[in-house]
Structures are given as C-alpha cells and as structure tokens.
Design a protein around this ligand. Structure first.
Ligand SMILES: [Zn+2]
Length: 122
C-alpha cells in the first residue's frame, strides 16, 4: 500500500499525468483496492470496453463492478487487468497465471491505437 500512497500523493501534484495515474491505479489494484483503482481511472479515462456476455463478467462501462477483479470460468481463474491510452481505459480478463506477463499490456495498448485510427477513418 505504501507504493500506492506515494504515487497518489505524486498524482495530487500532477493530476494530468496519465502515465502516473495508470501506475497509481495499478498499485491500488495490486494492494487489494480494485474499487479505488477503477475510481481513479474513471476520473480521467473513458471506459471503452465493449459489452461482452458470459462466461466472464462483462467489463463495459455499464456492467463493470469496480470491486470485483477476479473471476473464474471452466476451472480457470482470471484477474482483471487494464490498459490506458489517450484518455481511454480498456479492461480485460487475463488468466491469473499470465497476469502481468511481459508484453501483454503493451499489445493491448497497440490494439487500442489500431481501433482509434480505424474509427477516425470511418
Ligand atoms: Zn456490459
């Protein structure tokens, strides 16, 4: 929790620092405060996660349950992760054993860029 505390006090001084906000939210999430993490992200980022049905709980703006960052399906446990870019946040489920795996969040951020440029073309 001390990490999150230090990051949050930095963020108070630099509320426009999106990278810092993302790190602070991640620290809160890791510290067992997923609801506060979601609230922190929601202050600045628009949740653009698509509405998706079962088996895993939907993470779209309407359905997202901030305090619930674990789920299970077919005996596999999942942890909620997120990526941010350009004022937007995308939530997604990751098998717990892959949570935080190198390159995973980066690939999601890249996909967010692609979907933005597609949208601006259409
Ligand atoms: Zn939904």
């Amino acid at each position: 929790m001390s990490d999150a505390k230090a990051l949050l006090s930095d963020l108070e001084r630099s509320p426009d620092d999106d990278a810092l906000r993302t790190r602070a939210a991640r620290a809160l999430d890791d510290a067992g405060e997923p609801g506060r993490a979601v609230a922190l992200l929601g202050e600045r980022f628009v949740n653009l996660t698509a509405h998706e049905g079962p088996p895993l709980p939907c993470l779209c703006k309407r359905c997202l349950k901030p305090d619930s960052n674990v789920a299970a399906s077919d005996g596999v446990e999942f942890r909620r992760d997120f990526a941010t870019r350009d004022g937007r946040v995308l939530y997604f489920w990751v098998p717990t054993e892959l949570f935080g795996a190198r390159g995973l969040r980066e690939s999601v951020v890249k996909r967010m860029k692609v979907s933005t440029s597609r949208r601006s073309l259409g």
